[in-house]
Design a binder for this molecule. Structure first.
Ligand SMILES: [Ca+2]
Ligand SMILES: [Ca+2]
Ligand SMILES: [Ca+2]
Length: 399
């Protein structure tokens, strides 16, 4: 166990006191719905070398929306991939331009002035029958290279095992996995599904642009200031904010230790987004020793198909007090009148703030057929990924 932490006895006493405080407090019902963060970003922020974020990408490119290629290139994730759009004729394309691929499939495309106007992997050029130059693509099997190899309009949408987690995705964790469950169930699960990109533990490294730019998603785990963590700085929070605005996907969790000041450190990193965790523990599990099921969800990509996940001794999510006009936010999960999950789209990126950490523990994955924790995570990873990149279909049954 972590040194310098309160003893179990003192923690239990403090939880009892706080539990009484919760009961004495007014029951809140401040569900707030903003507009759902839609997949409206540009695919142009995708960098090469496996799909991390890179500044200076062809952000002006008009995403080519294609569907129905049916895996013509051999990519297992190509069939029916979200956002794909084949075409029968010009009239079936928003741009009014339907062109043939060498595979025999037709796809919608757009006019262009140069290749920088096209999705990564596509080239701008003249074509018989077209009065203007158009974006064109020669299909080959999708690989993790920052390009749309199979010409279905999605960069690096590779998922060989059809598990719903893009194989090319690059995920970093910050802090330490929680210790209340059996080792790092979440870490093991995600590492086996993001097989080409792998999962990297950044531990307590200083967050710099160079360090985090390669990653699509960052998962903030236990950074409790008085545990193994260290104090993060406003400068690091700004680095994280800049990365999100360029297309990064950030998820934070909490509840790894006990009050007071459980959330001081993670709140430093959330400050640029106008978000924070409270300091009063909520939703403590009962005498039956099972987590408190969260069942109140609003429609959102993260909650699709999810009817229950469990929490214990979490913290309420707050903010933003004055939403940035460019920010789309949704309180997607509530329980006991508290905000438990909140999702915000900022710039090209996404932030998901979850008020607990038990979604990383084995008990929730193994002992709860009534919970859909793997689906919740699969939905979350996909939503956190910038539009047009690494977007693969989520299977009906999560393996
Ligand atoms: Ca593709
Ligand atoms: Ca690729
Ligand atoms: Ca996969």
């Amino acid at each position: 166990m972590i040194s310098n932490r309160p003893t179990w006895l003192s923690r239990r006493i403090s939880r009892l006191i706080l539990g009484s405080a919760i009961l004495a407090g007014a029951c809140r019902n401040d569900l707030v719905e903003g507009s759902i963060g839609s997949a409206g970003g540009s695919a142009g922020s995708v960098g090469g070398g496996g799909g991390g974020l890179a500044a200076g990408g062809s952000s002006s490119a008009s995403p080519v929306i294609l569907t129905g290629l049916g895996g013509a290139s051999g990519s297992s994730g190509g069939g029916g991939a979200a956002g794909a759009n084949g075409c029968a004729d010009n009239a079936s394309c928003p741009s009014g331009i339907c062109i043939p691929l060498s595979s025999g499939t037709n796809v919608c495309t757009t006019t262009c002035g140069s290749t920088s106007d096209c999705l990564a992997g596509w080239n701008c050029g003249t074509m018989n029958g077209q009065s203007s130059s158009v974006c064109q693509c020669t299909p080959s099997p999708e690989i993790c290279d920052g390009l749309d190899n199979d010409c279905n309009g999605i960069v690096d949408d590779l998922d060989v095992n059809n598990d719903g987690i893009c194989d090319c995705i690059k995920i970093a964790t910050v802090g330490n996995p929680g210790t209340h469950g059996t080792l790092d169930v979440f870490g093991t699960w995600i590492a086996g599904r993001a097989s080409s990109g792998a999962v990297v533990s950044l531990g307590s490294q200083v967050l710099t642009a160079d360090l985090i730019t390669p990653f699509n998603i960052i998962v903030i785990e236990d950074i409790y200031l008085y545990g193994k963590g260290r104090a993060y700085t406003a400068a690091e929070a700004q680095v994280l904010s800049d990365w999100v605005n360029k297309g990064g996907g950030l998820i934070t969790m909490t509840g790894y230790s006990s009050p007071p000041n459980d959330n001081a450190n993670v709140n430093i990193l959330l400050a640029p987004f106008g978000l924070s965790y409270g300091e009063v523990q909520i939703l403590k599990k009962g005498a039956s020793a099972t987590t408190v099921p969260i069942t109140e969800f609003v429609a959102h990509p993260i909650t699709t198909g999810v009817t229950a996940v469990g929490v214990d001794n979490g913290y309420e999510v707050s903010g933003p007090a004055s939403p940035d006009p460019q920010s789309n936010f949704t309180v997607y999960a509530t329980g006991g009148g508290y905000r438990v999950g909140e999702a915000i789209q900022i710039g090209k990126g996404h932030v998901d703030v979850w008020g607990d950490e038990w979604i990383t523990y084995n008990s929730e994955w193994v002992n709860h057929p009534d919970y859909q924790v793997p689906l919740f995570w699969t939905n979350t990873i996909k939503w956190l990924t910038v539009a047009g990149t690494c977007q693969v279909p989520i299977p009906i049954f999560i393996p």
